[in-house]
Ligand binder design. Structure first.
Ligand SMILES: Nc1ncnc2c1ncn2[C@@H]1O[C@H](COP(=O)(O)OP(=O)(O)OP(=O)(O)O)[C@@H](O)[C@H]1O
Ligand SMILES: NC(=O)c1ccc[n+]([C@@H]2O[C@H](COP(=O)(O)O)[C@@H](O)[C@H]2O)c1
Length: 290
């Protein structure tokens, strides 16, 4: 693995090229680098990766462990423009460096979970792409991935998201000028959502979150242009146990500043080493902001 500094400068230059290009989506790196068989399904984890956390690790690895087969493939996707949030530290090149380190964390986690399998099955440990997009909305991200010549076509995408993102995908405010759910038809015609429940004060308890999908399945969103059949393309997954503390990137950024010992349970190992050594969340750190 390259040094942290080398990783960061490599991504800073790739990002500069992407930003000044007309491309909407680009794969910047692949872990491991050697040639992989074409994917049969593409798992996509879109995130701000600010920083990648153990929740992201669980979301990605639980999906991949469900179907570990040759050709399973994960795409870590960073949007340079967010639907709601303004840009804030860490700089994008730091996040991309952390995404690559996170890719190693995911592969080590999967390898450890599968250590009981014969050695040949390490070929089933997925290849992980690190990519950027200029598109903030899922319908456009999915279309940009489809349009890229990086993957075979057609290819089913499974977007790995949390419940808070599901409700925002189903919020008509994001779909001007008509403000209906109709634009989502293109997404659900080919792709799926795998949604991790995120119980908490902000988004309601588990029952409320399950009811959101049940209501779509009953046809309650029809007047807004939502089709009940889409519910079959959405899989809900158990999130953290009630006694586990909630994990988020916000908590990890706070820990980096005031309680670094908490990084142990908030972020995976390679990411933690980067955060402790490079201090991307220290108030004195500087870097390219986009
Ligand atoms: N603890 C979690 N449980 C369920 N889903 C999660 C969790 N953490 C992140 N996700 C999901 O992972 C995706 C990317 O997350 P994101 O980068 O926004 O992390 P975050 O922890 O919510 O960030 P921040 O704290 O900076 O707002 C989103 O779809 C989000 O819903
Ligand atoms: N309707 C949509 O497709 C929609 C709505 C809100 C957020 N998003 C995206 O979801 C991802 C996660 O968002 P947050 O980092 O704000 O949790 C981001 O890439 C953001 O741009 C998409």
């Amino acid at each position: 693995m390259a040094s942290f500094r080398a990783l960061r400068s490599q991504y800073a230059s790739l990002l500069k090229q992407f930003t000044s290009s007309t491309k909407e989506f680009e794969v910047l790196a692949t872990v491991p680098k050697n040639h992989a068989p074409p994917p049969k399904v593409l798992y996509v984890l879109d995130s701000s990766f600010n920083p990648p956390t153990r929740a992201h690790l669980r979301i990605a690895s639980s999906a991949l462990l469900e179907q570990l087969e040759s050709g399973s493939h994960l795409l870590l996707l960073l949007a340079t423009q967010n639907a709601d949030k303004p840009s804030k530290p860490a700089p994008f090149e730091d996040r991309l460096a952390m995404m690559e380190l996170f890719a190693h964390d995911v592969r080590s986690h999967l390898a450890a979970r599968h250590s009981s399998l014969p050695a040949s099955s390490t070929e089933h440990i997925p290849t992980i792409d690190i990519a950027v997009t200029k598109k903030p909305y899922f319908i456009d991200k999915a279309a940009a991935i489809e349009a890229s010549d990086h993957y075979p076509s057609p290819l089913e995408q499974v977007h790995l998201i949390g419940y808070d993102t599901l409700i925002r995908i189903f919020n008509t405010k994001y779909y001007p000028p008509e403000h209906t759910l109709r634009p989502l038809a293109a997404l659900f015609s080919q792709h799926r959502l795998r949604v991790t429940l995120r119980p908490g004060d902000e988004w309601g308890d588990r029952e409320e979150q399950e009811e959101f999908l049940a209501s779509l399945a009953r046809g309650d969103r029809k007047t807004e242009g939502g089709q009940k059949e889409w519910a079959q393309k959405i899989q809900l997954i158990e999130g953290r146990k009630p006694d586990d503390p909630p994990v988020s990137s916000t908590r990890a950024r706070e820990a980096a500043q005031s309680a670094p010992e908490n990084l142990e349970w908030l972020v995976p190992d390679h990411v933690r080493q980067f955060v402790l050594s490079e201090k991307p969340y220290s108030t004195e750190s500087s870097g390219t902001r986009i």
